[in-house]
Design a protein around this ligand. Sequence first.
Ligand code: GL4
Length: 828
Amino acid sequence: PRLEFGEEKIKAERMFGLMDVFLKNDPLSLQKDILDHVEFTVAKSRFNFDDFEAYHALAHSVRDRLIERWHDTQIHFNRKGPKRLYFLSLEFLMGRSLSNTVINLGVRDQFADALSQLGFEFEVLAEQEGDACLGNGGLARLSACQMDSLATLDYPAIGYGLRYQYGLFRQVILDGFQHEQPDYWLNFGNPWEIERVHITYPVKFYGTVTDEVLNKEKHKVWVPGEVVEAVAYDNPIPGYGTRNTIVLRLWAAKPSDQHNMESYNTGDYVDAVVNRQRAESISSILYPDDRSYQGKELQLKQRYFFVSASVQDIIRRFKDTHKNFNEFPEKVALQLNDTHPSLAIAEVMRVLLDEEHLGWNRAWDIICKIFSYTTHTVSSEAMEKIPVDLMGSLLPRHLQIIYDINFNFMEKLKKMIGLDYDRLARMSIVEEGAVKNIRMANLSIICCHTVNGVSRLHLELLKTKVFRDFYELWPHKFHYKTNGVTQRRWIVVSNPSLCALISKWLGTEAWIRDIDLLIGLRDHATNAELHQEWKMELCNDLMLVCTIGNVQVSLNAMFDVHTKRIHEYKRQLLNILGIIHRYDSIKNMNKNDRKKVVPRVCIISGKAAPGYEIAKKIIKLCHVVAEKINNDNDIGDLLKLVFIPDYNVSVAELVIPGADLSQHLSTAGHEASGTSSMKFLMNGCLLLATEDGSTIEMIEEVGRENMFLFGASVNDVPALREKGPALKVPLQFLRVVRMIRDGHFGLKDYFKSLCDKIETGNDYFLVGADFASYLEAQAAADKAFVDEDRWTQMSILCAAGSGKFSSDRTIQEYAEKTWGIQPCRCPS
Ligand code: GL4
């Protein structure tokens, strides 16, 4: 077989030599391509098509170019045979693709010109695209940013995920209440994916495990009770400033079409076929609770389905060019994005043992070299656990393997730490109790060579709290890679005018690939000319924001934005109480004092998990408060509150560039990293924040004096909580809570439980304890805002200091320190 590989290689080499850019990007070629797609892909007459049809034709022309580069990249990777990274994540929040793709391919202006000659505007067509929301929040958007960086930095990587038919629910607000609607995003077709009808794998469930003897050796054989087919859908991800284009491969479930397909002669043929069709439900829906695992069978099925298909694909690719597993760890790195895909550990072990017939020790040795794990969670309560009974019935062989891994680990551990039974019980993969559980985090730590946190503080919390036992055992395993976001999406795509301004003042566009250059803006931080242009730029973006919601707002106001998932720990409630306090203060001011008030437009946006009662009440509270304030003529432009429904990547792209101030209010010690703050910072928006997650590192990069910080620090929190009812809260706090309790905004019974939650003694997230300090930070922001020069300088310094928070830096650290992969750049 070796010879064959050699021949393949020579053939590929010859082809590669002949290769050139295939599709042309001059205006005439582009126009012809677009019209071809109108006529033959969309199947509309080229003399009569609307914006939506034009968008589809445009997207298909762009896709053709993507496919070309992706093929070239694949051939290049296959020739070079580098170690590859496989990034496993159950969530990817990609948002829209068109603008990002043409910018990364470097053909945006060419397409815009071609379109305008056809009588279409690029931006208008781009608006036709819906968001791909295959994820919940920060964790999922992080995966998307990291894919962009992997492609841009030329790393040989493949992302694996699930192709949910229903993405994250759409949030509609009816009478101020959140309602959820299904997001059937594939309804109008998805030009960004390529269906691979021939890349399919069977995935097994249920059944029994038997012993069989093969070549005189005993082997386990899993006889499944159900088999479902996984079909690949490929989503090319282009790098910026490189020909490299990698792929995000998403799996969809289909009924299995095995050769020995069952035949029915009992008369219930129709029912039986309908039943088979249920297989598709495995990949049909994204679970909308972003940090709880309810032990639902369908969810576990979904996770294993994803893991099994990905592992088969990875092993198939490796075996295409290798005849044994000796080189596996040198060629394969598997990254687990949180514990959601951690069944992959047991699955690779199962394949190596039962299908490849490697002995336990050899298989285990491989496992320990290929897996790395990143945790995105701060509390042990939020760690994923799978009931043993559930695992035993759905995945009987995997349960055995996990028990074996645990047995070996426990034996080893006893030798290392002695018979400390409490500690042994804490570190065991199996949690004993009324319901026995498999602790997926313990499994991951034991089997991975590296465990990463997502900010420096997060690692500290892992070491001292959540994973303390493991840290003491294996300190060398624990690291952190501070999260980052891609400047391509969050500046170049979403804020083109700022992008142009930065390039002008840095005298180069190189920062788009080399973010460290951004620091050069510091040299101009006091330049009057830059100040003028910077202010103009911020103003332009505001116009966009004003189009959202139907509240009339003043452009002179400070745009204060708070957007993220609604959670008690993220304390949107603190913001709303602050707004009520501001309202109440203005009401009690005389005319003269009112003149000094800085007008504010407060924008809040975010989704609550469908079953999260308190979070939903916070959304309703926001609406009733907005209703009162916005309709109070006595207040006028001095204060407005807008809730933007259905927060998603596209809404973020609109509001982030327009924000003056953004809020990041998590109780210290609860936000593992936080990533929206990075997007705001890059866009020159000032931060009002607690010293939590990555914010601590931002202070080092941009300077405390350029931020509005407040609240208890991580070290203060436990003592404050301990005080219970003796905890001091300011009078202003009691007053605003009383206003809600007294029905000042209506619905006093409905909001009672919300008020009870922040009652002294009950206030786990310390809303009352941090209130005074929060108001001070708000006052400081007001004061800075009226000094335009100072504000503009702070804004420039924020953008200048944001370089560390690019996902390019994060990915490079992972590549060098965790995955051991090298760039593999496709010649262009
Ligand atoms: C999260 C964290 O809550 C968030 O702080 C972090 O920025 C993000 C990416 O690492 O991961 N964990 C979960 S779960 N959802 C998140 O957004």
